[in-house]
Design a binder for this molecule. Sequence first.
Ligand SMILES: Cc1ncc(C[n+]2csc(CCOP(=O)(O)OP(=O)(O)O)c2C)c(N)n1
Ligand SMILES: [Mg+2]
Length: 412
Amino acid sequence: MTDGNQASIEPYTVPCAPFRPGDTADFGGPWTEQPGDLNRPDITCEAAQTQPHAHGLIRVLNDEHVASGEWNPNLDAAQLIRGLELMMTLRIYDDRMIKMQRTGKLSFYMRSLGEEAIAIAQTMALDDTDWIFPSYRQPGAQFVRGRDMVSMICHCIGNTEDNIRGRQMPVHYSWKEGYFISISSPVGTQFSQAVGVAMASAYKGDDQATITWLGDGTSAQGDFHYGLNFASVFKPPVILNVVNNQWAISTHRNLATGGDNFAARGLAYGIPSLRVDGNDFLALYSVTKWARERARAGLGATYIEVYTYRAGGHSSSDDPSIYRPGDEADYWPGGDPINRLKMHLIGIGAWSEEKDAELAQKIDDTVMASYKEACTFGDLANGPYPPASTIFTEVYETVPWHVQEQREELGK
Ligand SMILES: Cc1ncc(C[n+]2csc(CCOP(=O)(O)OP(=O)(O)O)c2C)c(N)n1
Ligand SMILES: [Mg+2]
């Protein structure tokens, strides 16, 4: 049945992950693509002019953490430090929350480990009222828009202050004030929804753009293609991202595409398409600014493959050690996004290890204080929880008869 790395079911071949527990991962050594390799095309370019960008890799920070090339967004030190602080906040928050899950204080959790730059840098590159249609891997966008951490934790616990009253799993945040649309458990629905909202912005003639993300595994679904096709036809102001983090729970990305490139798919839809180093804060910021400029100028959609690695388990329910080498993340050529920005800041003389340690401690104190405050509104073990009647309220404008019947049956 097995032939090297491929498990065969005659006459078909089922692709297998390249590395399994016990193997030493090998991603081909440091990337050959360098920051200056790719130009920053004029925003009016045709899709075909982005062919090198879809097949290459847009980078700004090199392996020595020096920024260069046309894609360098030339952010000042204050903006870079803000980006670093927000990424550290997300990581420390995630770290605390997964510990809370392990000790029974949350029912479920999902981290963004290794992918912190994505939501943070890309949201920083947008206007504050642009629509965000995230997957569960971009809660970090809320930190950029200033969401209160206590409110986020109340949602994860599902206590009386949960702004969505226990209607969603933890980490499936909704935040109307931040233009942050409810995260959907059925993966991929956000792609076509985002395109639809962007079409509405174009019809209304407002200057709101929409950004959305889905994963490599999810891109094997129809939703991905429906979204791309509508974006291709109607050219709305939307930024469509596929986060290729190599894994979809326990299945390798090679089950989602026959090739190893997700960015080039956009070219076939006639949409300018870019592939970006997803662990390079500066490159992510820059490609998103470019896409936002295109949206503002009425030039339509931009499609981006964010090339990265999921350093943690899929969720608190997952144990990656049974399907991939435990140290696979250490071999990822893109390194760690937070460390890369930190080393860049140290390199330009704007940061130090001491400042970094101080900031990490301050953030951890804030997370702990926020957790304690959230628990004053109810914790998972003891409640209080939102009332059961909230299953039936605030969902339908007119409650359908069968839902009404269920409510009566429940007596709520
Ligand atoms: C429609 C649908 N199918 C399956 C699932 C179960 N599921 C949840 S996440 C996931 C993997 C998604 O992987 P990917 O798109 O690569 O995103 P990542 O978790 O790597 O960010 C699956 C199969 C689901 N939630 N919805
Ligand atoms: Mg994935």
